[in-house]
Design a protein around this ligand. Structure first.
Ligand code: NAP
Length: 307
């Protein structure tokens, strides 16, 4: 089937949870899911920003079915509470692991239990959330977990013995390695689900290069300054808005022909329509995936067994 991002399949009856849904790609993915008729759970850390996003979706998508759910993905207790609320539901068709620190802090920071903050936010919290949400995903026919990868995975090494950057910290490596870990987790999850004969799928999508200055202005959600618009528009040849950046994740979540382990990216690498894409051997490696899985169990304090 050819995929038309402007004519999404009917998603009435589906429940979709999106982390980091109050801004950027998470917001636009949520809006697109709502426009297809899904019930969307906007999982956000700030209640006011979540409400602003909900109001915006209701303004832009008449009749949208949306609700907020509190979660700070860098806080183990908050993730556990959010997962418990998901597990109480009748079903969860898609769990979109989108929240992330994109601009890593210059100096190494940690979460409350000492994990490096970018790794904690982008990877460890999502690993814990997925592990704890498995019961509701398992009882929802055709459920999917979608992880947000990045082109940054092409540009960095992945030293599994120093993921927390305890020896020497570098903000670029913190981000790039976190995204390598996200992709490796998504593909390892697909392998483990398949080996266990599970009906749940795991897919990975990267949004190319999507900037807020190229994104429609939406009150309370995306209000870049004139200077930001000007600078971002200078890069228009190879960038897109976050509304378009969301298209790959939305395809991974809703395309009936998508299969577990698939990777989507924009057609012109940094921008464009969502198509099947190429992921680095490191992120596809079963050896890397298995080692990473044990590390994430250790860092999150969460065993994650499937089947
Ligand atoms: N934009 C790109 O070109 C690009 C490229 C490759 C990959 N990605 C990936 O796409 C995802 C979204 O990126 P984006 O550009 O849309 O970023 P963004 O506009 O900065 O939005 C990030 C979202 O994550 C939320 N978040 C951050 N830390 C959180 C935490 N501890 N708990 C809960 N939510 C948290 C933010 O909430 P607050 O508003 O509360 O901070 C916000 O809603 C990220 O995973 C990123 O790595 C983006």
């Amino acid at each position: 089937m050819t995929w038309n991002p402007l004519a999404l399949p009917n998603a009435v009856g589906k429940t979709i949870a999106v982390t980091g849904a109050n801004a950027g790609i998470g917001y636009f993915a949520s809006e697109q899911f709502a426009s297809a008729g899904a019930h969307v759970i906007l999982a956000c850390r700030d209640p006011e920003r979540a409400e602003a996003a909900i109001s915006a979706i209701r303004r832009r998508v008449p009749g949208a079915s949306v609700e907020a759910m509190p979660i700070d993905v860098s806080d183990r207790g908050s993730v556990a509470r959010a997962a418990a609320s998901l597990v109480e539901r009748e079903g969860l068709d898609v769990l979109l692991l989108n929240a992330g620190i994109v601009h890593a802090p210059r100096a190494r920071a940690t979460d409350a239990v000492g994990n490096e903050l970018v790794l904690s936010t982008n990877v460890i919290g999502h690993f814990q959330l997925t592990a704890l949400a498995m019961p509701v995903l398992e009882r929802t026919p055709g459920a999917r977990v979608v992880s947000l990868g990045s082109l940054a995975t092409l540009l960095a090494r992945f030293p599994l013995d120093d993921l927390q950057q305890e020896e020497s910290y570098d903000s670029w490596h913190a981000y790039a390695r976190s995204k390598i870990a996200v992709q490796a987790f998504g593909f390892e999850l697909a392998r483990r689900l398949r080996a266990a004969g599970s009906d749940v799928s795991s897919l990975v999508a990267h949004p190319g290069y999507s900037t807020s200055g190229r994104t429609p202005g939406i009150r309370g959600v995306n209000q870049p300054s004139h200077a930001k618009r000007f600078v971002d528009n200078l890069q228009a040849a190879w960038t897109q808005g976050k509304d378009r950046g969301a298209l790959t994740a939305v395809r991974a979540a809703l395309d009936p022909d998508a299969v577990s382990g698939q990777f989507y990216g924009p057609r012109a690498v940094t921008k464009g329509a969502p198509v099947a894409s190429w992921a680095t051997p490191t992120t596809r490696s079963p050896r890397v995936g298995a080692r990473l899985w044990s590390l994430l169990e250790e860092y999150s304090g969460q065993r994650f067994e499937i089947g």
